[in-house]
Design a protein. Sequence first.
Length: 564
Amino acid sequence: MENGIKKTPSSDKINCGMKKTPSSLFSITELDDFYFQHLSRSPRLNIERKVSLDDCSISGNLRHIDSHESMSPMGCYGHRAGFDTPNSTSDNVYEPHMMVVAAWEALRKSIVYFRGQPVGTVAACDFTSEEALNYDQVFVRDFVPSALAFLMNGEYDIVKNFLLKTLQLQSWEKKIDRFKLGEGVMPASFKVLHDSNKKIDTIMADFGESAIGRVAPVDSGFWWIILLRAYTKSTGDSTLSETPDCQRGIQLVLSLCLAEGFDTFPTLLCTDGCCMIDRRMGIYGYPIEIQALFFMALRCALQLLKPEGESKELLERIMTRLHALSYHMRSYFWLDFQQLNGIYRYKTEEYSHTAVNKFNVIPDSIPDWLFDFMPIRGGYFIGNVSPARMDFRWFALGNCIAILASLATPEQSIAIMDLIEERWEELVGEMPVKACFPAIDGHEWKSVTGCDPKNTRWSYHNGGSWPVLLWLLTAACIKTGRPHIAKRAIDLAERRLLKDGWPEYYDGKLGRYIGKQSRKYQTWSIAGYLVAKMMLEDPSNLGMISLEEDRAIKPVVKRSSSWS
Ligand code: GLC
């Protein structure tokens, strides 16, 4: 028991009932228990934790779960009688504390064990879906909100085991067909296979070679570093991050990104679908999600790397890159009313370093929707900037991470929150939060997505609403001193999430409809809700995922523009 919550014993094996076993994943039988034997010591605690009322009130309700069949007292596998009735008068069919109980229960059901040790959570426990596809795997990005929930609840082992397991996977040789991937690439996901006859657990990992589009997850390594820092901050235990293995893991991830090449920009050049948006959605180039995560991972690495040996030089390169990256992002990705007016009046075909319109963006390429969308008060980091191309779409994850990492200046952070408030209906609507805005449709949808039937307008990545983003919005709200906005978003989520069975995403302009192909009992929707609740209740939790402004990173010099 911890904080009054009963933990699922480590002997539990959760069989989520997924049928399909991917055949093309990398596979090894893991023979060494090195990591768990040598590195799983309990962390030293030095933080004071505020136990939430919700947690206290539910302590008696959680129970040991043995199998899928026996774990359905509510929510996950059928509705709880008495709450979702036509006579229900309240807006919220479930009381918030009941939702917290149900969320913890569902989160625990998603835990994956490797040799008796919890190592992660599956992406979804949706038994109604015919095919599991890869939702029965532990995704690195999906595990982040789970990990934060566990850390906030004082359950550190699962996070530590996850960090070590994925670190071990990083050292695998990774190949797609005959082409070898960089050493530092972290997996998108992994799966534990339990062979009950041989009593052996096997891990299979996917580095992109099984993924749709065969894209490597650029975000995984960044999330790994960010999570390692969250773990270190939350436990106060730096022994894990200081191990030679973890130090090397960080070095390998960053060496991939800091290698010199043909780049003329400090941003990271990526292919489409290399992050949360893992299908073709026109985010190739320099997507904001990756740039913000890159910035945050670099800053976390500054805190985690020991200034000795190979890291000494790496630390210098990190600092140099941070300066250039923050300048570039704050100058060229930032858009507000004034910047937009400047771009609208841009001259084109300018040559030499005196050019104002450095990327030769043609004003006619500014989409019509933007002129109405842009409020006088507010601003945001746009989706992408590359030669003659500005993707003006709003992406929630990148903007929230920009606030949390202090990539956004304090003024920019305030402006992002202003924009969210001013454009609440568009960006939040009835279910927080839109992954991107606006949707693309018609000919544009055809050419940008390649006619992707999953990403039709206002669905999935294309203007769909993702409950997981609630934790990021909440964190950004707290950091900018606007918890009331988070409260408003959480209230909206509480009207639907549990009743609808924790969908992966919602569709429609307002996010009113459960997504066309949305999974139910999507773990990061569940964990995202819990993290949002716990952060709002105890804002000190924000510290594990937020970085204060670094005064060593010089403020941006305002881009001169022709608008005035
Ligand atoms: C979808 C999402 C991706 C997520 C995965 C597992 O592919 O686009 O971001 O990691 O599902 O939930």
